[in-house]
Design a protein around this ligand. Structure first.
Ligand code: ASP
Length: 423
């Protein structure tokens, strides 16, 4: 019998469903060790492979993107549109999260016993997270840290903001040197960019198996118990994420980019699936770029500028989650948040989401900053630790969707969006 040839997104979706089903069976049968030992490594290999491409791709594509914008004024215009879109959607996301948390009050009715149990189960991980956050530098140092003192070291250590800074500056300076000098450099990085994108195509062939393995590992380890207890909190986060994606991105695509909404969601699906299964916007970045260029008609110069930036600084899903989580923890502790405190959440969660790395679990670590700003005990994070992974998967999918919608809107505003989505 000849198997029908399936498109890659369909295969990835199939991998996701089969992986989840297998994980549930493994969970019931107690095969967690087997899954961890023999199944998960396929997923880990995929994430490592795709992460391997990220730094050279971000550097080459941002450099070429910036240099090909050619004049500083155009770069400034595109830069301002991109930043404005990112900040506005982030603020809307947190507001949606807070409104929902105020309406549904997920933390108000948690029984004392459950609360104690959750805090105890999260206590160990919690100590590690708090320790980690204690080492966080001040705002001044964080800003100074964006400037690399040695770019090669930034590459080696994967310091994304430093790499972005160096790439932008190099791209700008390339437009300032004579063509005879600048052109060969740009040509080299264009070549490197193409090679990296090709590499992503090759790696993507194992995506369906990787997605199967990653999802199986998550579901196998998932304690169904904790899920039941925290269902209301999780549902509020999920509802917020869905509302944000359906309302804000749909409106942006329809009104600002003036194109159809459905092809947008269809075109970005492969990136969403990779983001969902890897919980990492950085790992999904190469796929997001490919989807934006191939399926959404975003020109390369804009995709390679807006998307690497977005994967690092724009996290609407994370911001929304931080808003709900902060309100939830405050409610559990019986604290009534006033308007001032809620505005503080909006401000700090915006900054925290910008500072969050596009890696699994990073958003939860940054939640400490939000909690501290409103005087909520940070130990409260222990309450939501058990559920973090599954919510991380969902918020990361929203994060990359937000990046892609921005690339489309900016391209449309610049009159450069291809004749609508191509497929
Ligand atoms: N995992 C998220 C991302 O990579 C960040 C987070 O919210 O933890 O986009």
């Amino acid at each position: 019998m000849k198997w029908p040839k399936l498109a890659l997104p369909t295969k990835i979706m199939l991998g996701l469903l089969l992986g989840a089903a297998f994980g549930i069976v493994a969970n019931r049968a107690g095969w967690q060790d087997f899954v961890g030992e023999y199944v998960k490594p396929v997923g880990t290999a995929f994430v490592k492979l795709i992460t391997m491409v990220v730094i050279p791709l971000v550097f080459a594509s941002l450099l070429v993107g910036t240099a090909s914008l050619n004049d500083i004024r155009k770069l400034g215009r595109i830069g301002i549109c991109t930043a404005a879109y990112y900040v506005t959607t982030t603020v809307i996301a947190i507001s949606i999260g807070l409104v929902l948390a105020n309406i549904f009050k997920p933390g108000a009715s948690l029984p004392e016993e459950t609360k104690a149990q959750l805090l105890a189960s999260g206590a160990q991980d919690m100590t590690a997270k708090v320790e980690q956050m204690k080492q966080k530098p001040s705002l001044k140092d964080t800003l100074l840290n964006i400037i690399p003192s040695n770019p090669i070291q930034s590459f080696a250590e994967g310091k994304m903001l430093q790499v972005i800074f160096f790439a932008l500056l190099t791209g700008i300076c390339l437009t300032l040197v004579p063509d005879t000098r600048g052109a060969p450099v740009i040509a080299f990085f264009e070549g490197l960019n193409d090679v990296m994108i090709r590499m992503v195509h090759v790696i993507m062939h194992i995506a369906p198996y990787a997605v199967f393995a990653l999802i199986a590992a998550v579901t196998a380890n998932f304690g169904a118990e904790i899920l039941r207890v925290l269902t209301k909190y999780a549902l509020v986060v999920l509802l917020g994420l869905i509302l944000h994606a359906c309302l804000v991105y749909s409106m942006a695509v329809k009104v600002l980019a003036r194109t159809k909404v459905w092809p947008f969601f269809k075109g970005i699906r492969p990136a969403q699936l990779i983001a969902f299964s890897s919980s990492s916007s950085s790992a999904a970045l190469p796929v997001t770029m490919e989807c934006a260029e191939e399926n959404l008609g975003v020109p390369r110069e804009i995709a390679s500028f807006a998307l690497p930036l977005g994967a690092t600084i724009n996290m609407d899903g994370t911001a929304l989650y931080q808003g709900v989580a902060a309100a939830f923890i405050a409610q559990v502790y019986g604290m009534d948040l006033n308007v001032g405190q809620q505005l503080t959440i909006v401000l700090t969660a915006t900054l925290a989401s910008i500072g969050t790395a596009g890696t699994p679990g990073a958003g939860m670590a940054m939640l400490v900053i939000v909690l501290k700003s409103i005087g909520v005990p940070i130990e409260g994070i222990g309450l939501i630790l058990g559920l973090d992974r599954i919510l991380d998967m969902c918020r990361t999918a929203v994060n990359v969707t937000g990046d892609a919608s921005c690339a489309m809107v900016v391209a449309a505003m610049d009159g450069q969006l291809g004749q609508g989505p191509r497929r």
